[in-house]
Design a protein around this ligand. Structure first.
Ligand SMILES: [Zn+2]
Length: 194
């Protein structure tokens, strides 16, 4: 059983196995009679990643909602500025931002600012290659969001709409993706919906 974690009385509670014993193997030298050079030491780690104030962002993705934040501090010179990615605190006044639902605005105004297509990926990648990373701009939002296009090829200025992994969510950023506006629902990747 994989290690599982919940919180009760403000403490982490751990269940299951967080360490797995995996056999090591010898490293031998093919150029010198296969003499022993060392061993591999497989290590399997379960990392407990706290989302803190960003938890509402990831919870909302699983419910088909894209959350942003806004500074509502009347003493702030940039009051009303909207941030996505989800910034817990205002970078100008350091006050706590208000979480707002950006789903409708994203559906109506999101477009590709720029993009890059990656033929190779790093370790643990689960996305299909080539990965079409896109930077998305929204009307009235101060920042640009990095994500990926699930269907089609990116073009500067292309109108895109968010899709959400509402069936079997991972509660990570992979629950959010984008498709060209007008994409038919039956074309969406498994588990995703508008
Ligand atoms: Zn502020």
């Amino acid at each position: 059983m994989y290690g599982q974690v919940y919180v009760k009385n403000n403490h982490y509670r751990l269940k299951g196995a967080f360490h797995h014993l995996t056999p090591n193997t010898p490293i031998r030298n093919a150029d010198d009679e296969w003499k022993l050079m060392g061993v591999t030491n497989p290590r399997d780690m379960t990392y407990i990643h706290s989302y803190g104030g960003e938890a509402v962002f990831f919870e909302s993705l699983s419910k088909g909602k894209l959350m942003a934040t806004r500074c509502d501090n009347s003493d702030c010179e940039t009051k009303g500025t909207i941030h996505i990615p989800f910034r817990i605190h205002c970078p100008d006044c350091l006050g706590k931002n208000t979480a707002i639902d950006l789903t409708d605005l994203a559906k109506k105004t999101a477009k590709i600012h720029t993009f890059m297509v990656c033929e190779r990926s790093g370790a643990f990648n689960v996305l299909d290659k080539p990965i079409k990373f896109i930077n998305i701009e929204f009307d009235g939002v101060a920042t640009i969001l990095m994500s990926y296009l699930a269907i089609g090829d990116p073009v500067f200025g292309m109108r895109v709409v968010p899709i959400f992994k509402t069936s079997g969510p991972t509660f990570t950023i992979l629950d959010l993706s984008w498709v060209p506006a007008g994409t038919a629902p039956e074309l969406l990747p498994e588990g995703f919906s508008f």
